[in-house]
Design a protein around this ligand. Structure first.
Ligand code: ATP
Ligand code: MG
Ligand code: FE
Length: 344
């Protein structure tokens, strides 16, 4: 079964084709970073319009890369939320129209389920059950995952997401947009411990996080009269270490709480090298293992949507009988259920 996946929840247009037998056949991505960079953040209306411009082209290119024509697609999966309403509507409309025109099913997919299941696309995928640490631009969550659609929330950020904290701190340090990866790069040149930043909620006794205070702590350092820009790498390193310390401690606490030794990390911050090294070492000491998506699939992409859709289609789930373009800009992942076959 060949599933076309379409992702347009924010500022990347992603299209992919996943074959339940042969695996990922092709995937393409168009990033809108240059479009939004001058504004220092994503402008929703510009994002929608750019998705309209690029989605048809990307669709054509992805079919060509896979070496098939549109008639060979068996089903369409698209991101229906959470995300920017206008951006989601573009992907949903194109996906539902494509499916309607060809008489094939279309399935709305949860963006975070896409992120969360993306490590299963790897050559050596983790087995259920596992604990998932979802660290993206909009979310920081720990989940107990028993299977597709069986997600229990163990803890989450009470304010900023980890990726958001990276981006906002990068801005404070005068780095470009989006700042997360640039801040991580700068941190590699510095030494943690030269400054002392807090480890927020490290001893809160629960599995929740807080990152907005960390950003404020950085603001205080760079606003002080004795601040010298030459110290930016050391401050970046300390900031990164603080985030990693908390993420690692809480992930380990979550594993302990539910009695598991397999951790899955998904979302853009999962590309962070310091986080990976720290988690790998911690789990190795405990006889466990961490699974990540391949680096290119950490941030938003169509492959994870095609894949999540394919798992649900393969389990018998079908979309609505009548084409409906419905999106959910806000959509808690814990509302998801395992795939189910439509009532006879
Ligand atoms: P969500 O999935 O919650 O809706 P999103 O789609 O914007 O949010 P992703 O695309 O998964 O999030 O990830 C983007 C985030 O990852 C950004 O905040 C970015 O700064 C961060 N990020 C990417 N690479 C790194 C890195 N190497 N180190 C730290 N953060 C990173
Ligand atoms: Mg993005
Ligand atoms: Fe995302």
């Amino acid at each position: 079964m060949k599933v076309l996946g379409i992702e347009t929840s924010c500022d990347e247009t992603g299209v992919a084709i996943y074959d339940t037998g042969a695996g990922l056949l092709a995937h393409n991505l168009h990033s809108q970073i240059d479009l939004h960079a001058v504004y220092g953040g994503v402008v929703p209306e510009l994002a929608s319009r750019d998705h309209i411009r690029h989605l048809p082209l990307l669709l054509k290119r992805t079919l060509a890369d896979a070496g098939i024509d549109a008639g060979r697609i068996d089903a369409v999966a698209y991101t229906a939320g959470p995300g920017l309403a206008g951006a989601l509507l573009v992907g949903a409309s194109v996906a539902e129209s494509f499916a309607l025109a060809r008489g094939i099913p279309a399935l709305p997919v949860h963006h975070l389920e896409g992120h969360l299941l993306s490590p299963l696309l790897a050559a050596d995928p983790p087995a259920f059950p596992f604990v998932a640490l979802l660290v993206s631009g909009g979310h920081t969550q720990l989940m107990r995952v028993r299977g597709v659609g069986d997600y229990a929330l163990l803890g989450e950020s009470v304010d900023d997401a980890a990726g958001e904290a990276f981006d906002k701190t990068a801005k404070l340090l005068g780095l470009g947009y989006p700042g997360g990866p640039q801040l991580a790069k700068l941190a590699e040149e510095g030494r943690p411990g030269q400054f002392r930043l807090p480890r927020p909620m490290l001893h809160s006794g629960d599995l929740d996080f807080s990152f907005s205070g960390l950003k404020t702590a950085v603001l205080n350092v760079v606003s002080a009269p004795d601040w010298r820009p030459g110290q930016a790498a050391d401050l970046a390193a300390e900031f990164q270490q603080a985030v990693v310390d908390v993420l690692c401690a809480k992930a380990l606490a979550a594993l302990k709480k539910v009695g598991l030794k397999t951790l899955v990390v998904a979302g853009g911050v999962g590309a962070n090298r310091c986080l990976r090294e720290t988690l790998d070492a911690a789990l190795a000491r405990r006889g466990g293992r961490v699974h990540y998506p391949e680096p290119a699939l950490c941030t938003d992409n169509g492959a994870m949507i095609a894949f999540a859709g394919a798992l649900r289609f393969a389990a018998g789930e079908r979309g609505a009988k009548i084409a409906t373009v419905s999106i959910r800009p806000r959509w808690p992942m814990t509302e998801l259920r395992p795939p189910r076959t439509p009532a006879a």
